[in-house]
Design a protein around this ligand. Structure first.
Ligand code: FDP
Length: 309
């Protein structure tokens, strides 16, 4: 466990505080999903229908993350504009419920956090921390900062009371325990899985060629929520893509909320990222809801993609 993540060291450490807020909120978000599977009348800035769960998780994280003294800006995939949170030097971005179209069929989803040390929109080179929560059979959280990636299991008080102790040293965030289960996470050197989004007939020829090669070597693992699919790659090695499409060269995923934080985590874990020509972390940030093709995974697989493009 890092010192910076002990409850006392968190005060004044905006990155650790933001991680702790997301960890603490995760069981609550998860428990609140069941009653919020329906659609609202609203659409987010990208024109997508919002679920009650999207709006609720967004409000909850906005309130808690903007309460951190050092946070000066908050932005979310679910709201049009950047929220001014005061004089703090950090800007936080969230995708409150990544993969929320998986809520109806009760499949995996996630929450994504980015902490930037610059005003938004900001390039990924200004990320100083990023994390994601995966609401799978177990709630896990992967954090990255200063080149170190850690995977935690998140357990709430109620859940813990009914489970036998693992014997590991507990780590309390109020009523929530974050237990490190993997430190110094790195992508396995010998990759085994791939997951590619978008409809196959809409793929560009050059991406379809690349996909054809990858399919020969790796096995398909695709669940339709980026966090779930990226976590497969972080765990087993391989490549995840939501690629450029003929109908939409800019792809689907958002640079500030999805592409950059995921690139930061995967690169911190020894992998690579690309938008097709350069690391996502080097891409210009022009607009808060800007989309980008996303390719992340083992270095060799991303280098091959860039070479074939
Ligand atoms: P969702 O629309 O369900 O929120 O950007 C969000 C995302 O899911 C990603 O999590 C996922 O990888 C992708 O979109 C799935 O898009 P498709 O439905 O086009 O496959």
């Amino acid at each position: 466990m890092h010192d910076a993540e002990s409850p006392t060291a968190e005060s004044g450490d905006a990155i650790a505080e933001a991680f702790a807020v997301v960890a603490r909120s995760a069981p609550e978000i998860r428990d609140g999903l069941a009653g919020r599977r329906g659609k609202t009348d609203g659409r987010n800035a990208s024109g997508e229908t919002q679920l009650a769960a999207d709006v609720w998780a967004d409000d909850l994280l906005e309130e808690r993350l903007t309460a951190i003294d050092e946070v000066g800006q908050f932005a979310s995939e679910e709201r049009d504009d950047v929220v001014d949170a005061g004089d703090g030097e950090y800007a936080v971005t969230v995708d409150p419920l990544d993969g929320s179209s998986n809520l109806k069929p009760n499949n995996t989803m996630g929450t994504i956090l980015g902490v930037y040390d610059a005003d938004l929109p900001a390039p990924g080179s200004h990320l100083v921390g990023a994390a994601y929560v995966l609401y799978g059979p177990i709630t896990t959280m992967v954090t990255a900062r200063e080149g170190e990636v850690t995977e935690y299991v998140i357990e709430s008080e109620a859940r813990r009371a009914s489970e036998p102790s693992s014997g590991d040293e507990p780590r309390d965030d109020g009523e929530v325990r974050r237990r490190a289960v993997r430190e110094d996470v790195t992508l396995p050197a010998d990759p085994t899985v791939y997951g590619f989004g978008g409809r196959v007939p809409n793929w560009t020829d050059r991406f379809a060629d690349y996909a054809g090669d990858v399919e020969e070597e790796l096995k398909l693992r695709y669940g339709g929520a980026m966090i779930g699919d990226v976590n497969q790659v972080v765990t087993y090695g391989g490549v995840f893509a939501y690629p450029e499409l003929d109908s939409r060269p800019e792809g689907k995923l958002r640079l500030q909320f999805e592409g950059n934080p995921i690139a930061y985590i995967v690169e911190s874990a020894g992998g690579a990222s690309s938008n097709g020509k350069e690391s996502l972390l080097d891409a210009d940030a022009e607009e808060i809801h800007q989309r980008t093709p996303v390719y992340v995974g083992n270095e060799d697989l991303i280098e091959r993609l860039e070479a074939e493009f």
